[in-house]
Design a protein around this ligand. Structure first.
Ligand code: 4AD
Ligand code: MG
Length: 504
């Protein structure tokens, strides 16, 4: 019996097993917020209606104590989940020790140290359930499209995405790398099975702390024989929209808990704009407008707005603090003002961060050097102008991976595509059409100073029935982060691994 199924048992007595998320006592009554993993519900113990022992125990339940609660299911629209339990019996499974995560605000480092417990909180619960829906819908999409799910190895003998962020391990005395991407194996599997996808952990040593980088993350990598760059973009768009729709259809409650405004997700169900690198650069530099919006001018306007809001917030905080300082204010009113002040200060932190960031974005947009890859700020500058993901394709070949095919009409460009998510999130997908010519690949491998021996098996694919093919890689955590509108990728995975974080 789980809380998520309560609606089927209205009026009946059920037995729930769970943990105490909150307890409130009033005269003759104890209110327990019970969570059981599937949901949360209020359970009411009435002194008149249960044994003295059960009532006494109810009143002693500390946060995160475990209990078995029997009671009648009563419809109550004011309650989370829409139902309440009127307790008929209560058995304590364990009285918990004092729980370290209190209701007051904790710093992020503390919460990350307590990640094994923090996962129990309602917001984390909601995020992980969205993640689950995303994973399930990814499999649904590819399975219904006839793809075969296959697994690439994690120990690898060659780099796929450059050598700067490899994790090296010892493989029976030989060096081996933890996989950065299953793609090269995906290509071999696509030549055997036509349409495949891999879905596995990938590893990149990113020795810096950013909002977007994990050292261990999960990647979905479809690879399709006889597919070109444009069909690849069709596939990416259909795929991402399927997943976004699944989240909108199945996770309304979770999105509400997270506080996610879903307007951008809805507008992402329309076609994603497709821009060449050249077009994207012109937009970033402010040489070309998007729907009447200019990147630089809109950033300058945003900065002014941020500064005005900072001034207004600062003034309001001062006023409220002055009011509290005057003796005689009622306790309730003091509390009310203090809560407001805390909320304003919280918003100020974000605003001040924007105040620091926007001038940097303006500078890097103005100074963007044609031919470079996009950095995080370039991605932010361009995606701010859209209300759906955009796809940027045909990149200068020098800045992209060795395996990408050149545009036959203009050899300066490689047929890579990046999907950039709106609202400042940036790259969530990288992919492209693959080089089919053995000699061109050999030249690139030499140019990138990669060890040829390790790629001989890969080059075999170009000797025996080499065909046009393409694919992409979606970073699962980047997608979860965007869909849940998280500030940092670390909250998108149960136990993040990143620079400086190996425990818990
Ligand atoms: O753009 P990337 O490096 O592309 C590849 O690895 C290709 N081999 C994929 C393919 O075509 N089969 O990585 C793909 C995606 C990125 O767009 C991003 O979403 C995610 O993987 N990603 C990371 N996510 C979290 N932390 C990191 N350090 C990431 N690095 C890449
Ligand atoms: Mg990339």
């Amino acid at each position: 019996m789980y809380i998520q199924d309560l609606s089927k048992f209205e009026g009946q007595v059920v037995v729930l097993k769970g943990w105490v998320a909150n307890r409130r006592d009033s005269k003759g009554l104890v209110f327990i917020n019970l969570r059981d993993g599937s949901g949360m519900c209020q359970c009411v113990a009435d002194e008149q209606k249960i044994s003295a022992e059960a009532f006494a125990n109810a009143g002693k339940l500390s946060l995160e104590s475990a209990a078995e609660i029997s009671g009648t299911v009563v419809k109550d629209d004011r309650q989370i989940g829409g139902y309440e339990i009127q307790i008929t019996d209560l058995k304590v499974i364990q009285f918990a020790e004092e729980y370290p995560i209190a209701k007051k605000e904790h710093g992020i480092d503390f919460l990350m140290d307590k990640r094994h417990l923090w996962l129990r909180s309602q917001r984390q619960w909601a995020i992980m359930r969205v993640r689950n829906t995303i994973i399930f819908s990814i499999h649904q999409f590819f399975q219904k499209e006839g793809f075969v799910q296959m697994d690439a190895p994690i120990f690898t003998g060659n780099a796929c995405e450059g050598t700067t962020n490899l994790f090296e391990t010892d493989f029976y005395g030989d060096p081996a790398y933890l996989s950065q991407s299953g793609q090269l194996y995906g290509e071999a599997m696509a030549m055997a099975f036509g349409k495949i996808y891999t879905f596995g952990p990938t590893f990149r040593a990113e020795k810096s702390k950013t909002r977007r980088h994990l050292s261990e993350f999960w990647m979905i990598e479809p690879e399709v024989a006889f597919m070109d760059i444009h069909q690849n973009m069709d596939l990416i768009e259909g795929f991402l929209q399927y997943v976004i729709k699944a989240v909108l259809d199945n996770c309304q409650n979770e999105l509400k808990v997270i506080g996610r405004d879903t307007a951008v997700l809805e507008s992402s169900l329309h076609k994603f704009p497709r821009l060449t690198y050249d077009e994207a650069v012109a937009i970033i530099k402010g040489e070309k407008d998007v729907n009447g919006q200019n990147s630089i001018k809109s950033l300058e306007a945003a900065l002014q707005e941020v500064e005005a809001t900072i001034a207004a917030h600062t003034k309001e905080i001062e006023e409220r603090e002055a009011k509290i300082a005057v003796p005689g204010m009622k306790k309730g009113e003091i509390n009310f003002n203090q809560t407001k002040i805390a909320a304003l200060k919280n918003e100020l932190k974000d605003l001040e961060e924007q105040q620091r960031n926007i001038p940097q974005w303006i500078q890097s947009a103005k100074n963007f050097e044609y031919g470079n890859d996009f950095g995080g700020s370039d991605e932010t500058v361009i995606t701010r102008l859209y209300n759906s993901p955009i796809m940027v394709y045909d990149w200068p070949h020098a800045v992209k991976a060795f395996y990408l095919k050149r545009n036959p009409e203009d050899e300066r460009f490689a047929r890579g595509v990046d999907v950039l998510a709106p609202e400042g999130y940036g790259e969530i997908v990288g992919g492209g059409e693959r080089e089919t010519d053995e000699q061109k690949l050999r030249d690139k491998i030499i140019e990138h100073e990669l060890p040829m021996e390790a790629f001989e098996w890969y080059l075999d694919l170009r000797k025996y029935g080499s065909v046009p093919h393409a694919g992409f890689g979606l970073g699962l955590e980047r997608l979860v982060t965007w869909l849940c509108q998280l500030k940092h990728v670390r909250e998108s995975i149960p136990f993040p691994r990143m620079y400086g974080r190996l425990l818990p």
